[in-house]
Ligand binder design. Structure first.
Ligand code: ADP
Ligand code: MG
Ligand code: ZN
Length: 550
């Protein structure tokens, strides 16, 4: 009797909570999803009214015409700053749902749980964030640029996924967990999808953040559901993005994460060689992971996915240029050279933004100029958000010319790809970009030359303005120079006296003297460079070669 009286209102409340949840989620799903780069294009052209930052997968924003849009959350540190600088209202929200809604949902779920004990969390499945792709994704390794080793490892995995029995018949131990780690936007998600696509295997994806965002118990049950689905499908690729969200070193006090992590570890030791399941996980932060995750039989294979090198950048540009009409004069080779330190996602954004610019014009192919103007948006924010004074520009031109000249003279193997005096949104007045050859070992001379190149900016300022007028613009350079010198003195025993502090200073003084001497010896080239920078603002590899070869 007692029980019945309780059931009536409880069932009613539960139904209400679930209905409410659908309403809320439904509304969220109606919002237009806009890529990160398109979002910034709108933001920068004054079409974004307000933005709500969350910890979730998306930012939601409202356009000036009232349209609700969602944008993949880059979790970039300077996002908010950029928005505020554009006069866009920024709200912050811990969770995508308002607190009262969460409260109601928790209540509803609690009731559902207690009524359906043993039968699994009824109803919860409806909104579990498993992204199941029963069909294999339609991409292959052709669509990803990666290093030879990375591709080879993944091809091995694909072979295993295609015919797990063949491997187990030979007693070959199947790989279970593979951890992809590296900076954001380098193609970890893409690689996981391509693996499934290549092996024609289903793809089950979930983000670590989804496991821990909701209330206690759900994370663990979602993990189990994920594996259940994969088993039911007869194998496939399970992809757990942002695994650090659940796999952080245990810090007692987060029960939810602990439970989720334990469920994951149990599932991973639970499936057998012949199930044909491979678990891939991705993280930007390998160092924060719980060592339990990295043990034998868990994520015991690790693949580093780093920033692309020149050839990979070319390949990435080619992949994303496939369906875009590019003007015949555009050399992707040259753009690959100019985009050192770009991630794959940034390269994709570069082409995409250029395409948007061309589309706005409405006729003709994508032009070099579109790429030029997109370049600034992707790398260093807006061109000149604040006007530089002529004097500042002049110092900056000399400063950058100093770096460039010394790099050219003292590091003959390095390729100078881009020198510019256009200020970046991150506060640097200008920058010089060079690509150093990958070397396993550096000589003492190499290291000194690197220090000289770092000090070249300050040395050039000194030459132009005299000691009293050098600027704070060299702060980062000096830090870098000091770091190299310190490593030489301490780690490599490359000093004279064996006293690290003394050696470090001696190395710095020696390098500064060499930098000054080099600039004085080539003062005409220095002036030519500085002058060209003042007029053209940005010098590319070919411009630089021409000026320096005179
Ligand atoms: P991550 O998961 O490492 O953060 P993503 O796989 O989400 O990176 O990359 C985002 C997008 O950037 C991809 O969908 C793709 O368009 C592009 N991209 C990134 N890396 C590559 C790559 N190596 N080859 C081709 N495209 C890439
Ligand atoms: Mg990703
Ligand atoms: Zn500098």
């Amino acid at each position: 009797m007692k029980r019945r009286r309780w059931m009536g209102p409880a069932a009613f409340a539960a139904a209400g909570a679930v209905l409410l949840l659908f309403l809320i989620l439904g509304r969220g799903e109606q919002a237009v999803i806009l890529s990160y780069s398109d979002f910034w294009l709108l933001a920068e052209t004054g079409q974004v009214e307000s933005v709500t930052l969350t910890d979730g997968e998306y930012w939601s924003s409202t356009l000036t015409d009232g349209t609700a849009i969602r944008t993949p959350n880059p979790r970039a540190v300077d996002g908010k700053e950029r928005l505020l600088a554009l006069d866009i209202a920024v709200k912050e929200q811990e969770s995508a749902l308002p607190a009262w809604a969460l409260g109601l949902i928790a209540l509803g779920a609690f009731i559902l749980f207690s009524q359906s004990k043993g039968k699994g969390a009824l109803g919860l499945k409806k909104y579990a964030a498993v992204q199941a792709d029963e069909q294999a994704p339609e991409i292959s390794f052709q669509d990803v640029a990666a290093s030879g080793e990375t591709l080879q490892s993944l091809k091995d995995l694909a072979a295993f996924l295609k015919e797990p029995k063949r491997f187990s018949a030979y007693g070959a131990r199947a790989p279970k967990g593979v951890l992809l780690y590296g900076p954001p936007g380098t193609g970890k998600t893409l690689l996981a999808k391509a693996l499934a696509g290549e092996a024609k295997a289903p793809f089950f994806a979930m983000s670590g953040a989804d496991f821990v965002q909701v209330y206690v118990g759900v994370g663990a049950s979602r993990v189990r559901e994920l594996f259940r689905k994969a088993r039911k499908a007869g194998g496939g690729v399970i992809f757990i993005d942002e695994i650090d969200a659940i796999g952080k070193k245990r810090d007692s006090g987060n029960d939810e994460r602990e439970q989720t992590l334990n469920a994951l570890l149990t599932e991973m030791s639970g499936f057998s060689e012949s199930d044909g399941i491979i678990v891939l996980a991705a993280t930007n932060r390998l160092d924060t992971l719980d060592p339990a995750l990295l043990r034998e039989g868990r994520f015991d294979r690790r693949i580093e996915v780093g920033l692309p090198d020149h050839d990979q950048r070319l390949k990435i540009l080619e992949v994303h240029a496939r369906k875009k009409p590019l003007h015949g004069d555009i050399s992707l080779e040259s753009w690959a050279g100019q985009t050192a330190l770009f991630s794959g996602a940034q390269l994709e954004a570069l082409l995409n933004e250029a395409a948007i610019r061309a589309a706005r014009r409405g006729s003709g192919p994508i032009l070099e100029a579109d790429l030029e103007s997109a370049f600034c948006g992707v790398t260093v924010g807006e061109e000149a958000p604040r006007r530089m004074t002529e004097a500042e520009k002049r110092v900056t031109a000399w400063h950058e010319a100093g770096h460039a000249l010394i790099t050219h003279c003292m590091l003959p193997d390095a390729r100078l790809t881009r020198v510019t005096v256009i200020p970046s949104s991150r506060g640097a007045a200008g920058y010089s970009m060079s690509v150093q050859p990958d070397k396993l070992l550096h000589t003492r001379r190499d290291l000194i030359a690197m220090i000289c190149a770092a000090l070249g900016g300050r040395a050039a300022e000194e030459l132009l303005l005299g000691r009293d007028n050098v600027t704070t613009g060299a702060a980062n350079d000096l830090k870098k120079a000091r770091e190299i010198a310190a490593a030489m003195a301490k780690d490599y025993a490359m000093g004279e006296t064996g006293d690290p502090d003394k050696d470090e200073n001696a190395i710095l003084i020696q390098a500064m003297d060499s930098a000054r001497a080099c600039l004085k010896d080539h003062r005409d080239a220095l002036e030519r460079l500085a002058h060209a920078l003042l007029t053209k603002e940005t010098l590319r590899e070919n411009d630089l070669k021409e000026i320096l070869s005179q």
